[in-house]
Design a protein around this ligand. Structure first.
Ligand code: COA
Length: 260
């Protein structure tokens, strides 16, 4: 599939999606959100894709937020719809994918940009990265899951401060907060993400999909995560990957998972 606002490249089991509007600091307009949905969907449905990396084009920004020019004159109803549609199409969609998604944060990740990074399964950042939820400085609040995922990742007090001050934190502060897992030089960011992806790819993709589902269950209202874990654990016993993994261990060889 070809896209106007993003690039998607498949190599060695990894699909790398780059948001490609560098002149607008990769701000998320409607078209980009739709294209991201399509690219994530396509990658997730491709059994050859074992991990997805999302990053921004250029050296300045991952994503500098939702495209402010698109919603500046919205009504109450339109504002609500914008948030609901975005959450559905991209942010919740990414969080619930069965393929691991790594955010490689290469500069500004603000508003919708940080919200996109937070919807990914985990994040690494370049040392020039700056992260924040500046929405209250525009008279609005984060609407793509930021008020929910930021406290999950950094704790309620830090999330409250970040949202109320609308300030930015640098990569080291984000590391200290647990918002990102690693900080590396900008020119090593994608290769570092690929290294982690290659480690992931050695393991059973069906087990990883069940693990993502079980971990996410902890954050869903009305769902008992322990029950989901029991069910997901049981499911693994019916897979070819489980047979291969346990057989390989007993035969003292490396597992070669069929991913089924
Ligand atoms: N929506 C729409 N356009 C945006 C944007 C956004 N969220 N963020 C940046 N841009 C555009 C700018 O309007 C500018 O476009 P122009 O060249 O046509 O005027 C271009 O990207 C470059 O941005 P600029 O502000 O000139 O870069 P800078 O280095 O001076 O500042 C930022 C960088 C990130 C501090 C600044 O762009 C900014 O504050 N962006 C908005 C962040 C935000 O509030 N995001 C949350 C939205 S809900």
């Amino acid at each position: 599939m070809s896209y106007e606002n993003i690039l998607s490249e498949f190599k060695n089991g990894i699909t790398t999606i780059s948001i490609n509007r560098p002149k607008k600091l990769n701000a998320l307009n409607k078209a980009t959100i739709q294209e991201l949905h399509d690219a994530f969907d396509e990658a997730d449905k491709n059994p050859e894709t074992k991990a997805i990396i999302i990053t921004g084009s250029g050296e300045k920004a991952f994503v500098a937020g939702a495209d402010i020019s698109e919603f500046a004159d919205f009504s109450v109803e339109e504002g609500g719809k914008l948030a609901a549609k975005g959450q559905d199409l991209l942010f919740n969609f990414v969080e619930n994918l069965s393929t691991p998604v790594i955010a490689a944060v290469n500069g500004f990740a603000l508003g919708g940009g940080l919200e996109l990074a937070m919807a990914c399964h985990f994040r690494i950042a370049s040392n020039n990265a700056k992260m924040g939820l500046p929405e209250t400085s525009l008279g609005v609040i984060p609407g793509y899951g930021g008020t929910q995922r930021l406290p999950q990742l950094v704790g309620k007090g830090r999330a409250m401060e970040m949202v109320m001050t609308a300030g930015m934190i640098d990569a080291n502060q984000a590391l200290h907060y647990g918002l990102v897992n690693h900080v590396v030089e900008l020119d090593e960011l994608v290769s570092f993400a690929e290294k982690i992806a290659s480690k992931i790819m050695r393991n059973s993709s069906v087990a990883i999909a069940e693990a993502i589902r079980a971990i996410n269950a902890n954050y869903k209202d009305g769902v008992n995560g322990f029950d989901i874990e029991v069910e997901a654990f049981g499911n693994c016993f019916g897979t070819e990957d489980f047979t291969e993994g346990t057989t390989a261990f007993l035969e003292k060889r490396k597992a070669d998972f069929p991913g089924k």
